[in-house]
Design a protein around this ligand. Structure first.
Ligand SMILES: Cc1cc2nc3c(=O)[nH]c(=O)nc-3n(C[C@H](O)[C@H](O)[C@H](O)COP(=O)(O)OP(=O)(O)OC[C@H]3O[C@@H](n4cnc5c(N)ncnc54)[C@H](O)[C@@H]3O)c2cc1C
Length: 277
């Protein structure tokens, strides 16, 4: 039996990208996802693109989640955006703090994602299903693993319904995080975020930035393939499909794929699992 699935996209920057993403979504819709989500550039830099893609997904008959980051935002701007999203028929948000690109001032009236979750609940009651981010390998700016877990608990107690994790390659880190959350009385679904491996350099760059750990054996194998992209993809498919199998066997509630606006790698994993034709 397959797990419920969701797919994440980022807002394309060009008209060609918009057209290409429509085709990618159409291919992934064959998997009947629970929802598709669209990322949001911190500081509101992609608001039009994010909301545009969310609107298209809803019009295609699929539930859509808008990511929503609060760094640099004010209560007034958040209130206006919530009204716009509600008007579009959006029922699901991924509520985040976000990271401001260097050069932006800090400013803003929200310090942490928990402030945003509390504000959304106070303003809109139960109108939105709220997802928050979770970090099985600890957020890079956290003072400690325990402080990060406390921060996660604060988001849940502020009103989050479910969580999506940063990607990881160590199932143990995920299970440990889930156990620790349960021990704190947090019983919401914590959905593993899955990053298909298609490029060694891209994966290293992302992982260094977001604090996701690439186990040494995976890093060394990838480095050993050099520019041999076929071998990188074949190896990546094995690693990620086995991770998904272990997560399913251990009782993960669903899988959320970071598609990087591509269908091939995600569908490859789902085919390997026997879930896609
Ligand atoms: C599923 C997922 C989707 C994402 N989508 C986007 C996106 O669309 N756009 C984007 O810009 N980024 C996105 N990100 C990245 C995210 O914005 C960054 O990881 C950001 O640095 C933290 O956001 P957060 O919502 O987890 O913040 P928070 O939960 O606020 O945590 C941020 C840091 O502050 C600490 N902290 C929190 N509360 C407290 C407190 N009360 N006291 C002391 N420390 C505290 C935490 O431990 C952590 O180190 C996503 C991440 C994930 C996992």
């Amino acid at each position: 039996m397959r797990l419920p699935l969701s797919f994440e996209f980022f807002p394309p920057k060009t008209p060609e990208g918009v057209v290409k993403l429509r085709a990618v979504r159409a291919q992934l819709y064959a998997m009947k996802p629970e929802f598709c989500s669209v990322t949001y550039g911190a500081g509101g830099s992609t608001q039009a693109g994010t909301f545009g893609a969310v609107q298209e997904i809803l019009a295609e008959g699929v539930d859509a989640a808008s990511h929503f980051s609060c760094v640099g935002a004010t209560r007034e701007t958040v209130r206006a955006q919530l009204a716009e999203l509600r008007g579009m028929g959006v029922k699901r948000l991924v509520a985040l703090r976000g990271d401001l690109p260097s050069g932006y001032g800090v400013g803003g009236e929200f310090q942490y994602a928990s402030d945003l979750v509390a504000f959304i609940r106070a303003e809109t009651g139960r109108d939105f299903h709220i997802e928050v981010a979770a970090y099985p390998e600890v957020h890079p700016q956290a003072r400690s693993a325990e402080a990060d877990l406390q921060a996660f608990a604060a988001k849940v107690r502020a009103g989050a319904d479910s969580a999506i994790t940063q990607y990881f390659f160590s199932a143990e880190a995920y299970w440990r995080f889930v156990d620790d959350a349960r021990a704190k009385g947090l019983d919401l679904p914590i959905v593993p975020g899955i990053m298909p491996i298609t490029s060694s350099t891209q994966l290293m760059r992302f992982s260094d930035a977001c604090g996701a750990e690439i186990p040494r054996w995976i890093r060394l194998r990838l480095q050993g393939f050099g520019d041999d992209t076929a071998s990188i993809k074949a190896f990546g498919l094995d690693v990620v499909a086995q991770l998904c199998e272990r997560l399913q066997a251990g009782g993960a509630p669903a899988l959320h794929f970071y598609t990087m606006n591509q269908s091939v790698a995600t569908l490859g994993v789902l085919q390997r699992l026997g879930w896609a034709a």
